[in-house]
Design a protein around this ligand. Structure first.
Ligand code: ATP
Ligand code: LTN
Length: 336
């Protein structure tokens, strides 16, 4: 008889803030779709994380649904993957608190995202922003995830998650699976179109990023205006030509062509032609996703069903881990 092999588990999250970008797509979302057959996957819209920065409630609610629709439109099958909102599974916040008690201030103050975001939001450096990586650790450990597909900017947070899990396991025995990161080979760090030494980020000004939902003419305009340099050569040199290297990486990630092939095709033709070809490539990737998005986002009954089923399936797994954790810690059991 054929033996059933337990699939490895994947967890990842995306914040419902602003408009999802091409960076989110190449760094994270696209990989989610590629992994769905081989692994047992949970993908969460991490709305509690979004609250670390002040949000407008009406906008946040819209952004939550928009993010879920984009997940589905980019090919995530809700039967194969558990897709849900973080705040609808209260165990995230509960485990987050418990893990706060096993994380040191020193560890959290070293996090570069905390330093960046506190500089950006100097009037609101709240405790949630500081403890953000602990909630992220709780997200991952709650589901005993083996693998976490993320962009390069999240590597430091994942390291912290592993440290906290190892510390906890060291005290209480094998409670948590220690997760590994899963990074894309090309495009783990898509850069800003205007400042190509910084990562493309959905909370930066509009002209620095391409949104997954940007229309073709907007995409073309943004890429034409992307900062390059003045030597007009298409060669991959991230240190000296970060703008050109970024556009080449985007093209390579989306088309599967190597940097040498791209350079051979476009070097010598001028940046105008090269940028148009990059825009064609981005538009060809995003147009079908946008068409699906229009269809799915109009179907509220379907979204409700995905949301309810995701919440139930995620809660059942989270519940098991929480029983184990509560028992280990000696806090009041649910059943005497
Ligand atoms: P914000 O600007 O609001 O902090 P963000 O654009 O960094 O948001 P997140 O929700 O924090 O987006 O990230 C979701 C996923 O997308 C993460 O796995 C992250 O590593 C990945 N990601 C974000 N930006 C990029 C980028 N520029 N290149 C590659 N991956 C990225
Ligand atoms: N911190 C991540 C989003 C995030 C996440 C997670 C990613 C929250 N929880 C768990 C992977 C696994 C970010 O800012 N991109």
């Amino acid at each position: 008889m054929e033996q059933q092999v337990q699939k490895k588990r994947i967890f990842s999250g995306i914040q419902p803030t602003g408009n999802l970008t091409l960076g989110n797509y190449i760094g994270a979302l696209r990989n989610f779709g590629l992994l769905q057959d081989e692994y047992d996957c949970l993908y969460s819209i991490v709305d509690l994380h979004a609250l670390t920065v002040r949000q407008n409630p009406t906008e946040l609610r819209k952004a939550c649904l928009r993010t879920m629709s984009i997940f589905l439109a980019s090919g995530l099958d809700p039967e194969k993957n558990i897709i849900y909102f973080q705040s609808q599974v209260p165990a995230h916040a509960e485990l987050g608190w418990l893990l706060d008690c096993y994380t040191y201030m020193g560890e959290l103050s070293r996090m570069t995202q905390f330093k960046d975001k506190s500089a950006k939001h100097a009037d609101n450096i709240n405790c949630g922003l500081f403890a953000y990586p602990v909630l992220m650790a709780a997200d991952i450990l709650l589901y005993q995830a083996d693998l976490v597909p993320i962009g390069a900017d999240q590597k430091q947070h994942l390291e912290l998650c592993r440290d906290v899990a190892e510390r906890f396991n060291g005290i209480y025995g094998d409670v948590f699976t220690i997760p590994e990161g899963y990074f894309p080979k090309v495009g783990a760090r898509v850069m800003s179109l205007q400042e190509p030494t910084r990562k493309m980020s959905k909370s930066d000004p509009e002209d620095t990023y391409i949104a997954i939902l940007d229309k073709p003419d907007v995409i073309r305009k943004k890429i034409r205006r992307a900062v390059t340099d003045c030597d007009n050569t298409v060669v991959f040199d991230p240190e000296n030509k970060p703008g050109v290297a970024n556009l080449m990486s985007i093209m390579s990630a989306l088309s599967g062509r190597t940097m040498d092939e791209i350079s051979a095709d476009y070097n010598g033709l001028g940046y105008g032609k090269f940028k148009d070809a990059v825009a064609d490539c981005v538009i060809a990737t995003l147009e079908p996703i946008q068409a699906e998005y229009e269809r799915i986002s109009a179907d509220k009954a379907y979204l409700q069903q995905v949301m309810d089923s995701g919440r139930e399936r995620a809660s059942a797994i989270a519940h098991k881990t929480m029983l184990k954790v509560r028992k280990k810690l000696g806090i009041a059991p649910w059943k005497l």
